[in-house]
Design a protein around this ligand. Structure first.
Ligand SMILES: [Zn+2]
Length: 451
């Protein structure tokens, strides 16, 4: 049996909608029509009076509704839904048990189906492009291929595979390949590239989720020389590099090595700001920030019992979560590109919760609603390297669209319930996700408070 490599799509038009462009100034355009062709691209877009819909195309009347670009999430993990887990699995012994299980063939098949389910949740929540930044194995490259080839409908995936860490470093061994020297780091990077990844993730510092001692998160782990070797290997084939970094020294080291996106971050001083804005060792000459407020902020409000975290994990997290909020504000003010990533899978960052990251940038880090929506569409497309194909509403770009009840610039929460999702031209007419009402009401309650 042969499956279609380039699936054809029933072409259609969405007529008489208000366009929410995702531009920084929140520009919207009334009574517009978007035409989607048979290969899933935007064929025409403009005032309904001047766009003609070819005969034979399906026509959807969206009078009173809003069409926007699909959301883009630049920092996901698909091994978990985001429900609080068992902190015992996060010890090195627990991870070693799990890694043996999950890297076996049945384990990989389990991870594939687990990831597939979380990816479907993201799609139904209105996310049309994702970058993974630390997977157990190569399950997301399989899903990427199936979606690209039209076997599955899903978001466009930029997969990272396992991240790069030092021996016993953050993410190791469960979701990282370990290396101790620049030569070994070049090798582990090349292994991932050979498996088809299109993103590389480094653990520059310790992290919260697997911390075993006070102050571990943010403590520099990988050397600048190792990170430089990784960046050189990735950049050579046009792949951008993300680094988990949760302290000034960690962010400094990663920027110095030429990392393209800093994940999480810290309060930024003038020296760091200068390095972000002009970073000649990166692929594009600058570094961007993905603060992932959704990951850390719950720990600033909730108890360790609610979060299912150990006291050490919680103590590690709180100062970092607060620093990251300040860092996002500093970056925004300084004109550093700030992207949307949720770190889905950590406790209380749900697979369907991408919209919340924009809401948090607005509530806590000084973004207008227009700037937050711009971050979650056009900016994240740019910083993860897909702005030539998606992120905005333009002829020739992939038809990655949402039909919404309201304009996100007026109410970001409208993104929580898209009426329709279009991913590379594939329409999902009644998107639905399984929500956890208790988690949602807890998040609504804590995020109504100041930090
Ligand atoms: Zn992460």
């Amino acid at each position: 049996m042969s499956l279609p490599h380039h699936p054809t799509i029933e072409p259609f038009a969405i007529e008489h909608a208000t366009l929410a462009t995702g531009d920084e100034d929140g520009r919207s355009i009334p009574d517009s029509t978007v035409v989607v062709d048979e290969v899933g691209r935007i064929e025409a877009i403009g005032p309904s009076a001047s766009v003609s819909v070819p005969s034979g195309y399906h026509r959807l009347d969206a009078t009173g509704k809003v069409v926007s670009p699909g959301m883009i999430n630049g920092h996901i993990h698909t091994n978990s839904k985001g429900l609080p887990g068992n902190p015992k699995n996060q010890t090195p012994a627990g991870q070693r048990r799990l890694v043996r299980l999950l890297r076996s063939l049945p384990g990989q098949i389990f991870m594939y189906f687990n990831s597939k389910s979380n990816i479907e949740t993201m799609l139904n929540s209105g996310v049309t492009t994702v970058r993974s930044v630390g997977d157990i194995g190569y399950e997301l490259t399989w899903l990427r291929d199936e979606i690209r080839d039209g076997i599955l409908v899903g978001p466009r995936i930029i997969p990272a595979g396992p991240m790069m860490s030092i021996p016993d470093g953050h993410g190791a061994p469960l979701s990282a390949l370990e290396s101790a020297t620049p030569e070994e780091s070049r090798h582990t990077t090349a292994v991932n590239i050979a498996h088809g990844v299109r993103a590389i993730k480094i653990a520059a510092t310790g992290g919260v989720t697997d911390s075993q001692v006070p102050g571990e998160a943010g403590t520099p782990q990988m050397s600048i020389e190792q990170m430089r070797a990784i960046c050189e290997t990735a950049h050579e084939v046009g792949i951008i590099v993300a680094a988990h970094a949760q302290s000034r020294q960690g962010v400094y080291n990663a920027l110095k090595a030429g990392v393209d996106t800093i994940e999480h971050g810290c309060p930024l001083d003038d020296e760091l700001i200068g390095m972000f804005l002009d970073n000649p060792l990166t692929l594009r000459g600058y570094s961007a920030l993905e603060p992932t407020l959704s990951a850390g902020l719950p720990t600033a409000f909730l108890t360790k019992e609610t979060l299912h975290m150990t006291e050490i994990q919680l103590d590690n997290s709180i100062p970092i979560a607060k620093g990251v909020v300040v860092g996002a504000r500093n970056a925004h003010k300084a004109g550093i590109k700030v992207g949307v990533g949720t770190d889905t899978g950590v406790p209380y960052s749900m697979a369907y919760g991408t919209w919340r990251e924009m809401d948090l940038l607005h509530r806590y880090s000084g973004f207008t609603t227009a700037e937050a929506f711009h971050a979650g569409t056009q900016v994240t497309a740019e910083i993860i390297g897909v702005s030539d194909i998606t992120g905005s509403l333009e002829v020739g770009k992939s038809a990655d669209l949402l039909v919404l009840a309201e304009n996100p610039v007026d109410n970001l929460r409208t993104l929580e319930h898209p009426l329709m999702v279009v991913a590379a031209g594939h329409p999902i007419f009644r998107p639905s996700v399984k929500r956890y009402p208790e988690i949602e009401s807890t998040l609504d309650m804590i995020y109504s408070k100041p930090l």
